[in-house]
Design a protein around this ligand. Structure first.
Ligand code: SAJ
Length: 427
């Protein structure tokens, strides 16, 4: 089977490499720099090594800037971003432009599959009308399916191959062909009754996560004021059988391409049919509040020792979650912007991230000791594994004021520091 993957990001590239184990795969992307990097054997996606790429490059994986590769394929899988606009409404520009390209090369017996996370109805209300501008009819001349991506960046335990793949399609035949395709490289495929069910399953799983994270963030704030360590309470609550308690953990906010975004896709669609997604939107507000709560925690600690305007803060960790280099929607970047809004000198250290773009401009990361030197507070915004074994006495000797604000329970308690943490007992 020849396959064309449209969009070679953190989903499309790993999916291409996975399919290339068993099929011929064209990888098409509008960003020529991505294609030229791939052609030189360089992967820009952390989960794909250059050796993973080398194993299939030009033998079963063919990066292309020419969209005519779409026509030569039997299956066309669209993996493009589905962000929000500034009003937190769905921004389907990338899906639409990908479909506008695909329609120019669509042919009979094609199967077109969307993998981007989106609101139920997108495939039938947005994708198919654009594809049918070709003059061909969906379900009759070409097939259509939806199969949500379930990539967990940085997770080497759960891969594309061993993560069950949900598939919904326009017709029974489209479903069979899509199930056969995915089953050729993925251990478990979960066919569902139709496209909307498949779209709904993904948005449901991500909203479940976002709401549960908001719940534990809210409880963390309450427990801080009650002098209860929420992390200890979570350990105890998790001792129940897993089916009745699924632990989620507080932090300085939620980041990434999914959790801060996807709930608003359904909230927007719900309004179209007269529903206010109150719990979903409230969860987003609670999660969005967490960087502000962290800021107040820092200011409260600093004011005991230093004039705010004279203070220097070092943020340790700027990615959206631990042990990866992705900073998309990172709450740590939001926190850095808030600190700078207060005129506080901010530096950061993150072994995974060389520089970050903020509304105050680009900030380059500093090596650990340089970041700590003469600072008045170190904020652990991310629980990178390497942070857990830091030499705190060394850090203390470098700092001007030994204050630690711990966003992710990196440390239990630290001798010789003034310590506060999200969800911790803060004296
Ligand atoms: N987070 C918390 N507390 C938690 C879990 C996560 O604050 O208990 C924060 C993280 O720090 C991060 C954000 O939420 O900032 C998102 O965390 P995540 O683990 O959901 O990270 P993602 O977005 O990489 O999760 C991906 C998503 N997969 C896809 O979108 C395809 C998500 O839907 C999956 O649930 C997750 O992988 C997974 O664990 O599989």
């Amino acid at each position: 089977m020849d396959i064309c993957i449209v969009g070679l990001g953190y989903v499309g590239l790993p999916l291409s490499i996975t399919f290339a184990q068993a099929h011929s795969v064209y990888g098409y992307d509008v960003q020529e720099e991505k294609i030229s990097l791939l052609k030189k054997g360089h992967s820009y996606v952390e989960d794909i090594s250059d050796s993973d790429l080398a194993a299939v490059l030009d033998t079963s994986f063919f990066p292309a800037t020419d969209p005519s590769c779409i026509e030569q394929s039997e299956f066309v899988i669209i993996c493009v971003p589905t962000p929000l606009d500034e009003k937190k409404c769905p921004n389907l520009q990338f899906v639409k432009s990908a479909c506008e390209t695909v329609k120019d090369y669509i042919r009979r017996s094609h199967i077109i599959i969307l993998e981007s996370t989106t609101y139920p109805g997108t495939t039938e209300e947005v994708v198919i009308p654009i594809l049918e501008k070709s003059g061909l009819k969906a379900g009759k001349d070409f097939g259509v399916a939806y199969s949500p991506e379930r990539i967990d960046p940085g997770n080497s335990q759960y891969t594309i191959k061993n993560t069950p793949k949900v598939v919904g399609a326009l017709t029974e035949r489209d479903l069979q062909r899509s199930v056969t395709l995915y089953s050729s490289v993925i251990d478990t495929v979960v066919p569902v009754k139709d496209i909307k069910t498949a779209e709904a399953s993904k948005i449901l799983e991500n909203i479940f996560r976002a709401v549960n994270i908001a719940l534990i963030n809210e409880i963390a704030l309450i427990f801080e004021s009650l002098g209860i360590d929420v992390w200890e309470a979570l350990k105890a609550a998790s001792s129940k059988k897993p089916s009745t308690f699924m632990p989620h953990y507080p932090g300085i906010g939620v980041g990434g391409h999914c959790i801060p975004v996807d709930p608003y896709y359904l909230a927007w669609k719900a309004k179209e049919v007269g529903h206010l997604a109150r719990l979903i939107e409230l969860s987003g507000e609670i999660n969005d509040y967490m960087p502000l709560h962290t800021l107040y925690m820092i200011l409260n600690k600093l004011k005991e020792k230093r004039k705010i305007e004279d203070a220097k803060v070092a943020v340790f960790g700027v990615t959206y979650k631990k042990d990866i280099s992705d900073v998309r929607e990172s709450p740590a970047v939001t926190l850095i912007e808030l600190l700078k809004d207060y005129g506080i000198e901010v530096v950061y250290h993150d072994p995974h991230v060389f520089k970050i773009a903020t509304k105050h401009g680009v900030i380059k990361g500093l090596p650990l000791e340089e970041a700590a030197k003469d600072c008045d507070c170190i904020v652990f915004a991310v629980d990178h594994t390497v942070f857990k074994t830091l030499d705190l006495s060394r850090l203390q000797s470098l700092m001007r004021t030994p204050i630690i604000v711990d966003g992710k329970n990196v440390f239990d308690f630290v001798e010789g520091f003034s310590y506060a943490g999200i969800g911790k007992v803060n004296l």
